[in-house]
Design a protein around this ligand. Sequence first.
Ligand SMILES: NC(=O)c1ccc[n+]([C@@H]2O[C@H](COP(=O)([O-])OP(=O)(O)OC[C@H]3O[C@@H](n4cnc5c(N)ncnc54)[C@H](O)[C@@H]3O)[C@@H](O)[C@H]2O)c1
Length: 264
Amino acid sequence: MMLEGKTALITGGRGGIGRAIAARFLREGARVYAADLTPEGSLAAHDEDGSIFLKLDVTRESDAIAAMEQVAGEVGQLDILVNAAGIEIEKTIEDTSLEEWNLSFAVNATGTFLTSKYALPLLRKAAATGRTASVINFGSYDGFIADPGLAAYCATKGAVHALTRAMACDHGPEGIRVNAICPGYVDTPMLQSFFTGEGSGGDGKTIDQLQQAVRDVHPTRTYGTPEDIANLVNWLASDEARYASGQLWVLDGGLSAQVQQMKL
Ligand SMILES: NC(=O)c1ccc[n+]([C@@H]2O[C@H](COP(=O)([O-])OP(=O)(O)OC[C@H]3O[C@@H](n4cnc5c(N)ncnc54)[C@H](O)[C@@H]3O)[C@@H](O)[C@H]2O)c1
């Protein structure tokens, strides 16, 4: 088991990707805190998965402090922090209200900042045992290239990418590695709402047709599953990744590697 004896906290831990990470971490022997707004997260059904639910709104400083106090009281240290909480507003800047812009940054960027800030003392304690502590942020391939109609989201993910590098530089000497996962299309409630939302450019297409169109545009002719993402998160969280830090790990089936062919 790759994470035996380690403690992990996952924000958005009851969302599509967060749950897959929690399940993988549990199989690898970790103690897992799943932090989210509600026990159900983005999924309607609430299955007990063995993780410990922590009520945490990542936009609230007091919630971050309380969550870390609980982990400190119960375990005393934190080996792995995954900042996976996120929202996506599907609009151009013209259609985005200031409230929507601020909320996007509050959850995706400030949430990553706040949770990490208050986790650092516990991460340092884990690193002091001689094993590396690991922070894994969630960027997106949208932080490099833009999907139309996702302006605020793209901007927040660019911010997370820059923050990841800064955190890696500042805290690497303390034994804390910091990386970002940058997924392409991953089959979760967030992707389903993209298919049905204003930003999908659906033009009357059925969900099946939209899904097939997205698959067709990938070099691998498929989009990702939450488990695909959890596989890389698990490696980055483990001591096998002791030399991996400060990087933006794109997992997108080759989508961002290809130039769109011109039809001349
Ligand atoms: N699904 C994709 O295609 C995709 C692609 C690129 C990046 N990502 C990123 O991956 C991460 C996980 O996304 P997902 O697809 O699992 O989405 P999801 O909607 O299934 O899950 C997101 C979770 O975050 C939680 N959340 C939202 N606001 C919160 C807050 N203020 N405090 C605490 N929790 C909050 C939600 O309750 C939900 O459980 C996000 O950061 C997302 O931007 C997803």
